[in-house]
Design a protein around this ligand. Structure first.
Ligand code: FES
Ligand SMILES: [Fe+2]
Length: 359
């Protein structure tokens, strides 16, 4: 579904039944649009196994990943003009989950159907609604992300699977002080400048904003690879946490040339979208895109930025999965907070409040 008709869709599908430990009444990222081509995609989201696919008219559909005949995962089936055909005995289901053909049998029992879920595609992201019992249907449109359609930016992205709970990914993204220790090869830079960056944290309406400025600092490798900085730079990091995703906009200008807080500032920009969707209580999907504003060789610059971003996110995955393994090894031992944890702790509080209100 495109942005223009996102608001007018008929919500016939239902929201899956979920474990109460996830915050509900939210749109979560189910897939990047680029993942849905000519094959069904099996994916568990919030402990709900589902199959995502595109119908012949290009709409995205999501169904329970279980054939109503003998329970084969529908994600192992094939796509056809009229829908998704099960790979065992050939029942054919449309995007609403209704069986529209049983090979060799004329009458289709009314019970021959599978559960459809509410999905909506917007700005190259496929969103799925997970509602509480009070709100099985969406109470708002899915989030917009117009960086994906802004002519000044080029972007690419990917999906990572994490053997770690989703909130550890939130913690990581809300605290960029780790850049100086984890990402020295890419977007890092001087650790002490990161740890001592001016930081402002605000929160309203279930959104947390963390803004950090690092003035007169050395540009890190990713920045110098993509932009002709003259020497030291003034850097900004603007993080906006939403329950199901974060926007992290970072960049730099040559030192003392422009105000870093000016939204119209020039220089080098990296605009990251980060969809964090629980797979289960202990595993997660991490959907990311990175956009940049090339001032020369657009395709080469994008490739460099993406290559460096992949290196960066690989490093995060190693750290977060090791962190979670060790948390399991040591049980629920208490941890100590330091100054960089303010944003992450506010996000955790918001999630606790939503989970409580969903009960
Ligand atoms: S299990 Fe799907 S058609 Fe038999
Ligand atoms: Fe990181």
């Amino acid at each position: 579904m495109t942005t223009s008709n996102a608001q007018s869709m008929a919500y016939e599908a239902i929201s899956p039944t979920k474990a109460p430990s996830f915050p509900l009444d939210q749109w979560y990222v189910a897939a990047l649009s680029s993942e849905l081509k000519d094959k069904p995609l099996g994916r568990t989201l919030l402990s709900t196994p589902m199959v995502l696919f595109r119908t012949a008219d290009g709409q995205v559909a999501a169904l329970e990943d279980r054939c109503c005949h003998r329970a084969l995962p529908l994600s192992s089936g094939t796509l056809e003009e009229r829908g998704l055909r099960c790979g065992y005995h050939g029942l054919l289901f449309n995007g609403d989950g209704k069986c529209v053909e049983i090979p060799g049998q004329e009458k289709i029992p009314s019970k021959a159907k599978v559960t459809p879920y509410v999905v909506c595609e917007r700005d190259q992201i496929v969103w799925i609604w997970f509602g509480s019992q009070a709100h099985p249907q969406p109470t708002c449109a899915p989030p917009a992300y117009d960086v994906h359609s802004n002519g000044k930016y080029l972007f690419d992205g990917d999906v990572y699977h994490y053997n770690a709970p989703y909130q550890l990914i939130h913690d990581n993204l809300l605290d960029l002080s780790h850049l100086g220790y984890v990402h020295l090869r890419t977007i890092g830079g001087n650790a002490s400048i990161h740890m001592n960056a001016q930081m402002k944290v605000e929160s309203t309406d279930n959104v947390v904003r963390v803004v950090r400025h690092m003035l007169n600092s050395t540009p890190p490798p990713t920045y110098t690879a993509a932009y002709p900085f003259k020497g030291n730079v003034d850097r900004w990091q603007e993080i906006e946490f939403h329950v199901s995703h974060l926007r992290i906009w970072t960049g730099a200008v040559d030192v003392n040339t422009e105000a870093v807080e000016d939204p119209e500032r020039g220089g080098f920009h990296m605009r990251g979208f980060h969809g964090v969707t629980p797979e289960t209580e202990t595993t997660s999907h991490y959907f990311w895109t990175m956009a940049t504003n090339p001032i020369r060789d657009p395709q080469t610059t994008l490739e460099k930025v993406i290559e460096q971003t992949v290196l960066t996110f690989d490093e995060d995955k190693v750290v977060i999965e090791a962190q979670y393994q060790n948390m399991c090894r040591f049980g629920g031992r208490p941890m100590v907070d330091i100054h960089v944890d303010v944003g992450a702790n506010r996000a955790r509080k918001i999630i606790e409040q939503i989970r409580h209100s969903n009960c």
